[in-house]
Design a protein around this ligand. Structure first.
Ligand code: ADP
Ligand code: MG
Length: 485
């Protein structure tokens, strides 16, 4: 029995993004992943008495960038708060965060729903805070080890409205956030290393119900796919509880990726009271409108804008546009090709076909691709001018470009002897060879099998070794064949 159809799923996500700053949020220790444990520390991040935090300006700029990208309001006065709790990896005994006064409020992101239709998911707030250290339970046999390199690393917390309606939408939303922080260069978006973390709040209610159901918060998903899996499991579990007469209890659960299940960690009754109060060691910070404007000017083109430009202005398919904007560096490379050619569709095809194929084969990123966008544009212009065919460009010239980066595409085509021939006398010469070489097919053509022109065209490309320009050769071939009838 499938009870799913009776229920509506409600999801809100809280995402923590570790910022790509040189130093920590309130201290000058290095913000660096993978350093030897407890080497990126100082008296501030160790919480020594009498030390004072100093605000890292970069964190505010990053928050503003993300806020602008999400169409959010940016608060002009930044207040900080202490969130108090005890944990071995939190030497100060509190985190500096923003409580009632987040830097960004009321934005949205555009995300695909299950039907592939774009919808807005509201962003409740984005605020700045600092990370705690890391307790490591699985290295030493007997003891828990503490690494404080992460203590004080700046974070952005992005809280969504409960607008998400399925696990796939959640998947798409996290993918969008990750893409955005990568485009903005404010977080590397690496979920496996924990620099992007997602907590999912999930509830279900009968379709038509006015109130939301009780939400459960699920933590510890280390990939976007696992966010989706955890939500799927949780939806089924909650519906099962309700259908068997139970009540969903408000709790925090963890995701076990091996078993694909969520497990209760703590109930809401046991929730901490964090005793938030204003951080006395940091003055409020004023962010002027001019400052926000200056940041806006510096922002790169964002994936959504590029997507709309590619589909609406350039007329590329949604599929092509999606692939092009998926990776910031692919999009940048594409933009650079277009600086030197106006043949957009062919540039897109060449990038997604030949170049991606080259990269995939060698497991390289586009940033490691040796050819300059301008020389790709050069080659595309040569194809469009009818000087070489696409297939010759792809199979002969492109592979030769890597060894001959000093040569232009035209010079290379000349050297390889692959320039298309469109002058009539050489084409006539090729066609005569085809007519002589295929007496049976010619006879059949004369007696009415007109479709053989395709085969004969193939023969023509063969005898010309791919150099005949099909646009010129095809009508000429038909004319000469018809004159035989
Ligand atoms: P809490 O006070 O427990 O932290 P919040 O109201 O701050 O809860 O919301 C935290 C997250 O949970 C937000 O992303 C919000 O959209 C989401 N959320 C709130 N209520 C629900 C619900 N009933 N079902 C699913 N998600 C919810
Ligand atoms: Mg909350």
């Amino acid at each position: 029995m499938d009870n799913r159809d009776k229920y509506e799923v409600v999801i809100g996500l809280e995402i923590h993004a570790q910022m790509l700053t040189k130093s920590k949020a309130y201290a000058s220790d290095a913000n660096e992943f993978g350093s030897h444990p407890n080497t990126n520390v100082s008296v501030v991040s160790l919480g020594h008495p009498g030390t004072l935090p100093v605000m890292n300006k970069k964190t505010i700029e990053n928050a503003i960038k993300l806020g602008l990208a999400c169409h959010a309001n940016i608060a002009s006065d930044q207040y900080f708060a202490r969130k108090n709790y005890f944990y071995p990896d939190l030497p100060k005994g509190y985190q500096i965060t923003q409580d009632k006064t987040p830097i960004c409020t009321g934005g949205y992101l555009v995300v695909k729903d299950d039907q592939g239709i774009y919808k807005n998911v509201g962003i409740t707030r984005i605020h700045m805070e600092e990370d705690a250290g890391k307790s490591i339970h699985d290295v030493d046999l007997y003891d828990t080890l503490v690494d404080l390199n992460r203590a004080g690393v700046p974070l952005l917390e992005i809280v969504s409205e409960p607008d998400i309606r399925s696990s796939l939408e959640a998947y798409n939303y996290v993918t969008e956030v990750r893409k955005l922080v990568r485009y903005l260069d404010i977080c590397d978006g690496n979920m496996e290393e924990g620099s992007l973390r997602c907590d999912a709040n999930i509830s279900v209610r009968l379709i038509g119900a006015k109130e939301f159901g009780t939400k459960v918060e699920v933590k510890n998903m280390n990939s976007i796919r696992n966010v989706q899996r955890a939500i799927e499991f949780e939806i089924s579990r909650q519906i099962e509880v309700i259908e068997t007469g139970g009540i969903v209890s408000q709790e925090t659960r963890g995701f076990d990726a091996l078993k694909g299940i969520t497990i209760s960690m703590r109930s809401k009754e046991a929730a901490n009271d964090y005793r938030y109060f204003p951080e006395p060691d940091l003055q409020p910070i004023y962010v002027g409108q001019e400052h926000i404007e200056a940041i806006k000017q510096e922002m790169p083109a964002l994936p959504r804008e590029l997507y709309l430009k590619y589909t609406e202005q350039f007329g590329l398919s949604e599929y092509d546009a999606t692939i092009l904007v998926d990776n910031k560096h692919i999009a940048l490379y594409f933009e650079e090709i277009l600086l030197n050619t106006s043949h957009i569709k062919m540039a897109a095809n060449f990038l997604m076909g030949e170049i991606k194929g080259y990269l995939n084969q060698r497991v390289l990123e586009i940033t490691e691709f040796p050819l300059k966008p301008a020389s790709i544009a050069d080659l595309i212009n040569l194809i469009e001018a009818g000087k070489v065919s696409y297939s010759v460009a792809s199979s002969k010239i492109f592979p030769a470009m890597f060894e001959n980066q000093g040569l232009s595409a035209l010079e290379l085509a000349t050297e390889l002897n692959v320039l298309q021939e469109s002058d009539e006398s050489s084409l006539v010469n090729y066609i005569n060879q085809v007519i002589e070489g295929n007496p049976n097919e010619i006879q059949r053509y004369i007696t009415g099998e007109k479709q053989l022109v395709g085969f004969l065209m193939g023969q023509l490309m063969k005898v010309s070794q791919g150099k005949a320009d099909p646009k010129q050769a095809n009508p000429l071939l038909r004319k000469m064949l018809d004159s035989l009838i």
